[in-house]
Design a protein around this ligand. Structure first.
Ligand code: SF4
Length: 434
């Protein structure tokens, strides 16, 4: 019998859990250094006690930035075997979390397969699943129906749930008054908004928040407070709707902590580069340092097909300014359900953003691999370069496609290779160019 309900409660009681020990080791910290951060809510360890195969990860701005991969079937792409293949490949490529956003068919077996086979943190958005689970139109669902789906996901071993608790009936008026260009682009947020509009009732995830906290406490499910009003275009960034919701998310964070429930707070969205760092600061102040989980931010609206790049630019800036968790974005964003190649592109872009941010914010050990890469480049040790590379497969393929005449260069400059010339010059050797 555990003497604690959640990782936060354990840390507050001074208990070093097995999960905390593993996370501390991964982050090159001692358990004693990590524990106060978990106790204060600055780091979460998303580990549902029923997710037995989990390889625990910590999420917090002072730890290595983590990345999430969204997967799951839709009505148009409904093959669960293909989706499971993507999940396992995503984990092999370095995803720390998988969010199952399935919106078609019986979602239970896939979710249970995830929490029995996948070592990454598993996240869901229960409001998506509610319509699917009951096979009833949204307006016929009751507040209790929604809460029961949260419980079902917790029982299935899900480690974190996105809940759009921060919008209320007041938000309905605000969205009408402030005339955003893109209104609400959060899928879960739009469902909650639609339900409130059709039923005239208050947001059930807000109204019954205490019941939700009890469920999350029982299974140690981390709440990821969804940002229903995250900007869906540059024009809506940092507007009244976004900031007003953030203030409420700050209040809800503190209520969760009173029950030792772990919390992350979700963030933008689409946002011009010059607003990103300020948004991270505001979030950290309003939410008392709870880990920030950003969905991008996409720094321009005009690059469909390349939104893994627009979001990696924003993600790198956000994480270097304090965001702890990046939700990947693929080239298929705004266009289609991502295929395996899109998933790979999205993961690589996020990994680059996360790593670049970790170097900038001085996360322990983050720079070492770059220094090893520089050494390997200087001495033309190609094997060592592959070992350091974020995507060795692609790097090897490009070099093999366009082999140079000499191993001590690449086909970009050939004998004009600066590295080769400098190595030879400093060794006092003759430098042949022709
Ligand atoms: S040939 Fe040019 S690009 Fe290639 S390793 Fe040498 S300096 Fe770098």
């Amino acid at each position: 019998m555990r003497e604690y309900a959640t990782q936060m409660e354990a840390a507050r009681k001074g208990i070093i859990t097995a999960e905390l020990k593993i996370v501390a080791k991964k982050e090159l910290m001692t358990a004693e250094e990590l524990m106060p951060l978990v106790a204060a809510g600055k780091v979460v360890i998303c580990a549902n006690k029923k997710h037995k195969c989990i390889d625990p990860q910590g999420v917090g701005s002072m730890l290595k930035t983590k990345i999430n991969v969204n997967l799951g079937v839709s009505r148009d792409c409904k093959d669960y075997d293909i989706e499971m293949k993507k999940v396992l490949e995503a984990v092999n490529m370095g995803a720390h979390a998988i969010m199952d956003l399935s919106s078609h068919g019986n979602t239970i077996p896939f979710r249970r397969e995830l929490t029995s086979k996948c070592p990454a943190m598993i996240g869901t958005v229960p409001v998506y699943d509610s319509v699917i689970h009951y096979q009833r139109e949204l307006n016929t669902l009751t507040a209790k129906d929604f809460i029961d789906v949260v419980r079902l996901h917790a029982e299935d071993g899900v480690d974190f749930v996105t809940l759009h608790c921060g919008i209320t009936r007041k938000t309905i008026e605000q969205i009408k008054t402030h005339k955003r260009k893109m209104n609400i682009v959060s899928r879960g947020g739009s469902l909650v908004f639609a339900w409130m509009s059709m039923t005239g009732e208050e947001n059930p995830f807000y109204e019954y928040y205490d019941e939700i906290l009890d469920i999350c406490r029982e299974y140690d499910v981390t709440i990821s407070l969804g940002d229903a009003c995250r900007p869906g275009c540059l024009a809506d960034a940092s507007d009244v709707c976004q900031i007003e919701e953030l203030v409420r998310l700050g209040e809800l964070t503190k209520r969760a902590w009173e029950k030792d429930v772990q919390v992350m707070v979700e963030g933008p969205g689409h946002m011009p580069i010059d607003q990103i760092a300020a948004n991270m600061k505001i979030q950290q102040t309003i939410c008392d340092g709870a880990p920030f989980y950003v969905l991008g931010p996409l720094v321009t609206d005009i690059a469909p097909g390349y939104d893994h790049i627009t979001s990696a630019i924003g993600g790198a800036i956000a994480a270097s300014a304090g965001a702890a968790f990046l939700c990947y974005v693929t080239p298929a964003e705004h266009l289609a359900l991502p295929n395996l190649e899109d998933v790979k592109q999205g993961i690589m872009a996020s990994k680059i953003a996360a790593h670049a941010a970790d170097i900038a914010k001085g996360v322990r050990g983050a720079r070492e691999i770059d220094d090893r890469m520089a050494e390997a480049r200087r001495v033309f040790d190609w094997e060592a370069q592959w070992e350091c590379a974020i995507d060795p497969e692609t790097a090897k393929k490009i070099r093999a496609d366009r082999k140079p005449g000499h191993e001590d260069s690449c086909s970009m400059c050939g004998k004009f290779c600066a590295i080769r010339s400098m190595n030879k010059a400093l060794a006092g050797e003759f430098i042949d160019i022709l």
